[in-house]
Write a protein that binds this ligand. Structure first.
Ligand code: NDP
Length: 347
């Protein structure tokens, strides 16, 4: 545990990538904890959308077009007592690994460097990592991953195969290298602030960000959309996919990480457990029986695929113990994602 003091209630937090799917929920959780927010966005249009969304709440924004540029955060860290760094590209369609790795690593190191140089009041930095920095994709079969595990496989894949490595390994490597770089930075520079990393699996939940059309939906919610718009075949529903968590739980974890002293210097998996696409089909078909496009799959398949005896599990119990995170059921999340997409007229 670290001995650094915590950011004071009512102080300003720098939230990077504030216009993203997760970050908007993180902002709401930070407001709930009594913080003010200065968010970084890539355009005035995105910043103004947030100003309207957070009307009446203590929110201002600054433009940081590319988190990977040198000194990108030098001005933004001035006057804040904490940093929550979520900005990082999330997709698995990169050609060159550097498309993902450069902004992930340079953005992470950049925000830490700026905090060290200009953030004299910064007490704690929370970085959104991922279970991508924990899981080794070459390890097959059932396994329970904990915060003690590190992904050592993806970087090797990138070094050996370069642009021929899998899309997943390119993204996994970006998150692993970024998180490792952050911990090394703390070790080497011994700043007056401490670090917390949050490692979620697939994140689903209400879409609050600006989405011009359904094709532009963020990567994880895109998986849900592919089930309910009928583009996923029946046969693809039952197989295991990975683990999942509701975006509101991940947001609470980020905000609590700023106010719980014991969180300092720790990694947290925030995961509700295994899921498969059948879970979405079951939840949506049962709540909205008239939606004819949703494939049916196989009754009982979700229970089988998610059985912890055979599934790969990310253990989210430390986040419950230390940060008080409680996980809601996937039926509730599925309904809330659907309703949010309907409300935005994206379906
Ligand atoms: P989004 O794509 O919705 O958000 C990503 C945010 O990062 C956006 O605000 C985006 O800005 C910004 N960003 C990306 N690259 C750059 C760059 N080079 N310079 C400046 N800003 C940049 O995805 P999520 O909300 O899902 O992801 C947020 C974080 O959570 C990421 O770190 C991701 O790795 C992590 N994560 C997400 C999971 C998920 O299932 N959703 C699971 C585990 C971790 P813009 O919108 O302008 O492009």
């Amino acid at each position: 545990m670290s001995t650094t003091s915590l950011p004071t209630k009512g102080s300003k937090v720098l939230l990077t990538g504030a216009s993203g799917f997760l970050a908007i929920h993180v902002a709401e959780a930070l407001f709930d904890q009594g913080f003010k927010i200065v968010g970084t966005v890539r355009s005035n249009e995105k910043g103004d959308y947030l100003k309207e969304l957070f009307k009446g709440k203590p929110f201002e924004y600054v433009i940081v077009e590319d988190v990977g540029k040198d000194d990108a955060f030098d001005e933004a860290v001035k006057g804040v007592e904490a940093v929550v760094h979520t900005a990082s590209p999330f997709h698995v369609k990169a050609d060159e690994p550097s498309e993902l790795i450069q902004p992930a690593v340079d953005g992470t190191i950049g925000v830490l460097k700026s905090a060290l140089k200009n953030g004299k009041d910064v007490k704690r930095v929370v970085i959104t990592s991922s279970v991508a920095s924990i899981e080794n994709l070459d390890k097959k079969g059932p396994y329970t991953w904990t915060e003690a595990d590190w992904n050592t496989f993806s970087e090797k894949e990138i070094n050996e195969k370069g642009r021929e490595a899998s899309g997943a390994d390119k993204y996994y490597a970006s998150k692993t290298l970024a998180e490792r770089a952050a911990w090394s930075f703390i070790e080497e520079n011994k700043p007056s602030f401490d670090l917390v990393t949050i490692c979620p699996p697939y994140v689903f939940g209400p879409v609050l960000q600006d989405v011009p059309s359904i094709e532009k939906i963020n990567t994880s919610v895109g998986l849900f959309v592919q089930v309910i718009d009928g583009s996923t075949k029946d046969s693809a529903l039952p197989g295991p996919v990975g683990n999942w968590v509701d975006v509101r739980e991940v947001a609470v974890a980020h905000a609590k990480a700023l106010v719980v002293p014991e969180a300092g210097g720790e990694r947290f998996i925030v995961s509700a457990g295994p899921f498969c696409l059948q879970d979405f089909a079951d939840a949506i078909s049962s709540a909205y029986p008239d939606l004819s496009k949703v494939p049916k799959g196989k009754a009982g398949a979700a229970k089988e695929a998610n059985d912890p005896k055979t599934a790969r599990v990310f253990d989210g119990s430390k986040a419950t113990r230390v940060l008080g995170v409680k996980y809601r059921p996937i039926e509730e999340t599925s309904r809330d994602v659907y309703e949010s997409l309907k409300a935005k007229k994206l379906l």
